[in-house]
Design a protein around this ligand. Structure first.
Ligand SMILES: [Fe+2]
Ligand SMILES: [Fe+2]
Length: 591
């Protein structure tokens, strides 16, 4: 019966597509459509069936309005004159977007190339008015299609307005133009003369995920429940008088509170948490969770607090505790890691470090906390392997390239962590920020966001601070043997020189390197003259034959280290250690 019905629908749909050469308008968006389709798939299919669905079966399951939305609402805009739209589709993509031929696009014999892909060129002429285009496909084919547009009458000036998605960037179609914002070094090498000079619509490879259904579904080993979990501390404000606490619950819980009290006393205070629904549509066993975030302020300086999180409706967490920053001395320590990539190895290292150095004030990670930043199961794994450490000690991270995805940003990272919103105005909040702990300024910089747009903010931070110690943390290492980050060296190194940054902490290359003091890209003798640049990694490394780095004071290709830094007045005692507690590198800076 089901087969017959499917066949009838297919026959009917093919009639529609062959008769009706352009899809009619619909108010449904691609996102709404995909939400509804996924909901239906969860209702109709067993988990193991979700992994078997293919292109033609998916098309057979769409109702006419859904089909219209997916055929017209991915990219649309208005033109003031008749145009020819050229659509460049990667030849390696297996399934043709279902709407392409049926909406009147015809394959030409032209080819557009970059160093990575060859694109066939499809064309269609449109009248003045609305141009509507459909999804890239139900696969996750990352070299998504891109388009160029030219007026049919060469004497008419083409105006393109009302573009969806908003914020469209245009380039001139020609060799040398880039097409993907998240890989803008990938430029076109071959463009047919007919297309040169047209308006090129740039895009991001993340758009391949918008309609992803084939081989798309994931499972988290750590689904949410009514009981609060994933409790983590951080600071959005002053570490001496405030604390931020985040946790999650499943959707049966609709409010969150923190009960907290000075350890050893009975007087309980209450803070109400903000609540945000987080969706990972393709996480089949835990699509929605509630993220709770509470800000505790007016705390007493140098005081130990105990707390529990929960709600009137559900269970409460076990009691944990934290300490506010003390006054009157200039002594504290912290621990930081390079890339952690949600690894159990790193989790073990963290627990070891926590036991060995119970008095640290906080932890930091220099980016690549996870491997796929928009997969919530990655974050579940990351928090799981960290045990309960961050229930007791704040975590102040920076994002790496793996914490965002294909130009779609690091929104999951931003939703999970509560971090200061005092970064550069040009950036989305919490990605770059600064905080002060005792006599040290920490510049926490998102190096995956544009370098130049953050320089003014970095300079302001360094110029205006009266902190004795100045540290920066950002993911890409300006000094390493694998990738040339001359842009960072030139743009930020100059500021680090001018305002004497004591140390820059990075990751990304998965090996350990601690530089000698560097000023103006040259090694100098004394720490008072230059900045120490460190790369570390919190998971096993695999660098065996490392070319020489003349600026290096210490190196290690095997990785899996953590850094303990103690500031005692004018003295910094730096140690890098492994999971057995072996000291692998150390040095001291005396002011
Ligand atoms: Fe990494
Ligand atoms: Fe990285």
């Amino acid at each position: 019966m089901r087969i017959k019905l499917t066949f009838t629908i297919l026959f009917f749909m093919s009639l529609i597509s062959s008769c009706d050469r352009s899809y009619r308008s619909t108010s449904l968006t691609v996102e709404e459509t995909m939400d509804a389709i996924v909901t239906r798939l969860y209702e109709d299919l067993l988990p193991e069936q979700l992994d078997t669905i293919g292109n033609s079966w998916i098309i057979s399951q769409l109702d006419p309005e859904e089909k219209q939305a997916l055929a017209t609402k991915y990219l649309y805009f208005k033109v003031n004159t008749p145009v020819r739209v050229s659509l460049m589709r990667d030849q390696k993509q297996k399934d043709l977007p279902f709407w392409l031929e049926s909406s009147g696009f015809a394959l030409t014999d032209m080819v557009v190339r970059n160093a990575h892909s060859s694109y066939e060129v499809w064309q269609k002429d449109f009248e003045t008015g609305l141009v509507e285009l459909g999804i890239n496909g139900f696969d996750k084919h990352r070299p998504v299609y891109f388009i160029s547009v030219g007026a049919l009458d060469p004497d008419r000036k083409l105006e393109i307005t009302s573009v969806f998605p908003e914020g469209q960037h245009f380039e001139r179609m020609a060799p040398g133009a880039f097409t993907y914002h998240d890989w803008d070094e990938l430029t076109l090498e071959e463009v047919p003369d007919e297309l040169v000079g047209q308006v090129l619509f740039t895009t991001i490879r993340g758009r391949a995920r918008e309609a992803h259904l084939m081989g798309a579904f994931r499972t988290t080993p750590f689904p949410s429940g009514a009981e609060p979990d994933q409790i983590m501390l951080s600071w959005t404000g002053d570490p001496s008088t405030s604390m931020d606490i985040r946790w999650r619950c499943n959707s049966s819980v609709s409010e969150g509170r923190v009960k907290y009290w000075e350890s050893g006393t009975e007087d309980t205070l209450l803070a109400v948490a903000k609540m945000d629904l987080m969706e990972d549509r393709l996480l089949q066993n835990d699509r929605y969770v509630y993220c709770f975030a509470a800000h505790l302020d007016q705390l007493r300086v140098g005081t130990s607090y105990s707390y529990r999180v929960g709600s009137e409706q559900g269970p409460w967490s076990a009691t944990a505790s934290f300490q506010t920053e003390s006054e009157g001395d200039d002594n504290f320590s912290f621990i930081w890691f390079g890339d952690t990539h949600k690894s159990k190895h790193w989790g073990d290292l963290l627990l070891h470090a926590y036991e060995k150095f119970p008095d640290v004030a906080f932890y930091s990670i220099a980016g690549d906390l996870v491997s796929t930043g928009l997969h919530r199961d990655d974050w579940d794994q990351f928090i799981h392997v960290s045990g309960a450490v961050f229930q007791y000690k704040p975590l102040m991270p920076v994002p790496g390239n793996h914490d965002s995805q294909d130009g779609l940003g690091a929104w999951m990272y931003q939703d999970i962590f509560s971090l200061p919103e005092n970064g550069p105005e040009e950036l989305s909040p919490e990605l770059s920020y600064s905080f002060r702990y005792k006599n040290a300024l920490f510049l926490m910089i998102d190096v995956t966001s544009p370098i130049e747009s953050q320089s003014r903010w970095i300079e302001e931070q360094l110029r205006s601070t009266d902190a004795r110690w100045k540290f920066a943390m950002f993911h890409f290492p300006p000094y390493n043997f694998e990738e040339d980050y001359s842009g960072i060296r030139k743009e930020w190194g100059r500021l680090f020189d001018t305002y004497h940054l004591d140390m820059a902490m990075s990751g990304h290359t998965h090996y350990y390197m601690r530089s000698l003091p560097i000023y103006n890209e040259e090694v100098l003798e004394h720490h008072s003259q230059g900045t120490v640049y460190v790369i570390s990694v919190g998971i096993p490394g695999n660098h065996k034959n490392m070319p020489e780095e003349e600026y290096a004071g210490a190196r290690d290709g095997q990785g899996w280290l953590y850094q303990h830094m103690e500031i005692d007045g004018d003295r910094l005692i730096y140690k890098s250690l492994d999971i057995k507690g072996n000291l692998r590198d150390e040095f001291v800076i005396e002011k």
